[in-house]
Design a protein around this ligand. Structure first.
Ligand code: GDP
Length: 432
């Protein structure tokens, strides 16, 4: 999600403008010179385009102490922004401080939109034309308080934003797509036979549904699911259905085509390298994951003891996977599969509101800051969720993070928000 930073000296009406942009009426926090305010990101939307607005404290050059900290914060916000709104008080005109800010903005080389705020009437609007002298192009006269000119300003913001990302918001259509995968003989076809097949015609009539001839529709938990690439499963064409290489290609493409994968393991045997490879395929493809420990009817106390140890050792990378102990043979826990799939898919599609994400993050980095390396510690400035399916997060920082600290953030993120059954991605964008 693109980021718009709002910068300007104290009292030009930045907070009012932010409230106007996010279209929410809340207690307007006015700039108090010298009082530090956190840079709080807000979600905004205009003409179907979503972006994040970051409010900054009043910028003053060469300020001392707390005011200097605010200026530094504003500069950091500019560094991580895609577009900067530079707010000037049109009733005052440009001041020395504004001109110093322009120099700072030039250095940043970011696209800047000049906002002439407090243009409550045509007189002030006319005066605003004098702001051309700042050399930032056309001034946009706006009355943040009354809304005058705000639509035009929002259009200008949209024009300045980078191209919309290719990834559109995830919108599932038709039955959810499931891949039933696992090495040979773990019980895939046996499990499949537990689900009643459905007439394809029923679902082909659902708009937007395409069911490949190799796929099938099945009723799991009273609901229709789209099982990806089950051709080789239902009609057993003998065990020798191609080389292992071919089988693994087929597994990979089924996972790719699915939203959630059920990886079957044979609980009566040790977790093998091949099992691990299939699990990695799922996490690397970014699909939701349910691990089904099949043949649970064969697990006695002895086997259970070793299996628990294997799980601890072999699945330590994916403690978040949903696990289900079932038996395709006896039917044990097969009725729990639908709920497990839904839980995994819900996590996979979770979006954390930006404000909530950053409130949590601020508390986290305050309690446990990044360790100091060579006299310096990178800081996380703020975070946004860049996408869902699976959830992807971007951390805006002052520098690269230690791998260990990044893992810590991921672990804490999961502790707070769950994401049970779904991989999540975290990338770091250090400011340049
Ligand atoms: P696939 O190659 O993964 O499709 O595995 P199959 O479904 O063909 O099963 C392989 C063998 O395991 C068959 O002999 C099945 O009867 C047996 N099997 C499958 N599920 C279970 C189970 O839950 N318990 C037991 N005891 N055997 C099972």
């Amino acid at each position: 999600q693109p980021v718009v930073a709002v910068v300007g000296r104290p009292n030009v009406g930045k907070s009012t403008l932010v409230n106007r942009i996010i279209g929410r009426r809340q207690a307007v926090v006015e700039d108090v010179p010298g009082v530090t305010r956190d840079r709080i990101p807000y979600d905004a939307q205009w003409s179907g385009r979503a972006f994040t607005v970051v409010d900054t404290g009043g910028w003053e050059p060469d300020a001392k102490d707390r005011a200097a900290a605010i200026a530094a914060q504003a500069e950091a916000a500019v560094a991580t922004a895609d577009v900067v709104l530079f707010v000037v008080d049109a009733t005052v005109g440009s001041t020395d401080v504004d001109e110093a800010a322009v120099k700072m903005l030039r250095r940043s080389a970011k696209p800047v939109i000049l906002v002439a705020n407090k243009a409550d009437n045509t007189n002030v609007e006319l005066e605003a034309t004098s702001l051309w002298s700042l050399g930032l192009g056309e001034p946009h006269p706006v009355s943040a308080l009354h809304g005058r000119g705000s639509g035009d300003l929002l259009d200008a913001i949209l024009n300045a934003l980078p191209e919309a990302p290719k990834v559109v918001e995830y919108r599932p259509r038709g039955p959810r797509r499931v891949a039933l995968v696992g090495r040979p003989n773990v019980g895939k076809s046996s499990l499949l036979n537990r689900f009643s097949g459905e007439e394809r015609a029923v679902v082909d009539s659902v708009a937007g549904t395409t069911v490949d001839p190799v796929d099938s529709l099945a009723s799991i938990g009273g609901e229709t699911w789209h099982l990806v690439d089950t051709a080789g499963l239902r009609k057993r064409v003998g065990k020798a259905s191609g080389t292992e290489y071919y089988a693994s290609l087929r597994t990979a493409s089924a996972i790719e085509a699915a939203e959630v994968a059920v990886v079957l393991l044979d609980s009566s045997e040790p977790i093998s390298e091949q099992d691990q490879r299939i699990l990695s395929m799922v996490t690397e493809a970014g699909r939701a994951l349910v691990i089904a420990f099949n043949k649970w009817d064969l697990v006695d106390a002895d086997r259970r003891y070793y299996l628990d140890k294997e799980i601890e050792r072999e699945l330590r990378r994916i403690p978040w996977a949903i696990r289900l102990n079932l038996s395709a043979k006896t039917g044990r826990a097969v009725d729990k599969l639908a709920a497990a799939l839904h839980r995994a898919l819900d996590s996979w599609e979770t979006r954390i509101p930006t404000a909530q994400l950053n409130a949590w993050l601020t508390a986290l980095v305050q309690a446990t800051p990044h360790p100091v390396r060579g006299g310096r510690a990178p800081r996380i400035l703020f975070a946004t969720q860049a996408g869902v399916a699976p959830p992807r997060f971007v951390l805006f920082t002052t520098g690269p993070l230690d791998a260990g600290y990044q893992r810590f953030v991921e672990r804490k993120l999961r502790e707070e928000f769950g994401f049970e059954g779904s991989p999540i991605e975290i990338s770091v964008r250090p400011r340049k």
